[in-house]
Design a protein. Sequence first.
Lengths: 334, 371
Amino acid sequence: MIRFIVRRLLQLIPTLFGLSILLFIWLRRLPGGPETAILGERGTPEMRAAIRQNLGLDEPILIQYGRFVRRMIRLDLGTSISTKREVTTEFIQRFPGTVELTITAMVIAIGIGIPLGYLAARRRGRFLDHASVGGSLIGICIPVFFLAYILKAIFSENLGWFPSSGRQDPTLGATRITNFFVLDGLMTREWDAAADALWHLILPGLALASIPLAIIVRITRASVLEVLNEDFVRTAEAKGLTENVVRRRHVLRNAMLPVATSIGLLTGGLLSGAVLTETVFAFSGIGAFLAEAIDHRDYPVLMGFIMIIAIVYVLVNLIVDLSYSLIDPRVRVR
Amino acid sequence: MALLDVEELSVTFARRNQRTVRAVDGVSFSVDAGEVVGLVGESGCGKSVTSLAIMGLLPRQPGVQVGGKAVFDGTDLLQIDDRSRRDIRGRDIAMIFQDPLSSLNPVVPIGIQVTEVLTRHRGMKGQAAAKEAAQLLDRVGIPDPKRRLKEYPHQLSGGMRQRALIAMAVACQPRLLIADEPTTALDVTIQAQILELLKELVRDSGTALVMITHDLGVVAGMCDTINVLYGGRVVETARRRPLFRQPRHPYTVGLLSSVPRLDAGRGERLNPIPGSVRDLLPWPDGCAFAPRCARRVDACVGEPPELVLTHDGRSYRCVNPAPVPGLTPGEDVREVVPGQATPGSVPAQAVPNDPPAVPGLAAAPSEEETS
């Protein structure tokens, strides 16, 4: 078990190394540079050259890359060109918002998706089945920003049930500890702050949940249909067990294996930032900030954020692989 | 009154754009308390579907039609609601399946798979259930049962898995046990052990056993009464000895002579039944076995063969049965039931005050009476 974890973490090193090379090449191939973003169209060639020199962008690319790697090893990601603050600080401030949003979206997607997928399989060919399969197709097809705007227009602007933007009402003056606003509220016993932060998460969480929800419904349905045909389900029925026990212990536990894998991949995907959702709801996570960083050619932010996201992605999938061996005793991690 | 009375059981599978399949086409047999009854036939003759229909385990889908009766201790299992059926399953009627690995849940420890039956039907929980489960495993010959309870199916050998399944089946001391090819997936040496175990359990507890198999060796070693199935119908019913000594239906004759014999001469060829199960004639058009039958006559085709009841308490469904030496054909016939008899039209007691002879109608006489 421990050897498995260590080996997977060691595998992370070449992965990050390769990723950093690809990223470096990609960023420098983008037309324009930070100097254009800073100066706009009006800058003279001399001013551009001065900025480039200032940022160390005039040196040969290999030397720049070497400097990046040396800093990375010391866990120093440099300073943002546009905000002039440390990339690590920016990340620590923004990533908790994205994590909260991801967790909300996944709780919604899992909480609705697995029961719905199970029921669709059990009522195969009937109305609920067709409705959920058809609905999930819509869920996959509908653009997330479009759904986000509709949700915002209906539930926030028309009905006024939910706040339309931000992560928390700033007038509450909530205390910050971890930057996870809900968690902070609970830790400091500022219940209204926690509730308000949670309230702000619902609409963007729903919008973000649409695609994972649709995928989980479909995978659960297919997986349950397969397990229902297994001999051991027949054995369980032959024992006269109640439907509830057959469903929980015999069908769902086995059907969850492929679902767990997809949940890992989906969570990793959401963590890398929901640019559109965060933009629509003016939600300060990493998504909107990353999009801005691309506009500004903010190389240190882009490099740093993407490297950390890659690490998080690998860790999430490591956790999924570990949980796999908890669900299925035949899978022994080695 | 028999413990289980199956009358004119039929199962059809209808699929859109496909021919409707009659997997079971009017099967009748009965099982007395404590009796071991065999259902024998080739793959595809409807033996497994028969058992699943009795248990109510066929897929609940439109297109699956079950007809006839399966009366267990006065209750027609085909008519009761889902809840009562779940109460009976596992408690009064239990089942053992063919492939022990796929029949066990791979992600749940053996212990829980045993105790869940105890919890469901005997209300046992926690330590008491675990203790009883260990005793059950011990009783079916699993060494070190306490440790095995914590293990998963993939950690057990094939024979152990089947023993565990048997432990689950006998956990509530059912009155009827249905074993669907319980030894087919096992090594020959393990097969013998499992059969021995089943025999022992049946003898000790007085449980009736329905043994579904294609293996005549299993039948010869275990069953009191044997029903030979072909094309979804019972074609011959007899006690064990008479059946093996003097098979009447040509299909039974074919089955027995296709078994390889050690005392056969060198170079002697095996005697398979020509053709395959797929070459069957629909019963309404005649005898389903006619296309493969060595004793076929013109009368075989046209209408379904009548069910012939004989004086020695057996029955067969054949126009031209294998002759018995010393008897002129037809001399032993006691009664004839028309082949297209619909459910319910068969008399419940063929001849009043006569020893009831035909399984499917009433209890069969003991072997001493017949031989």
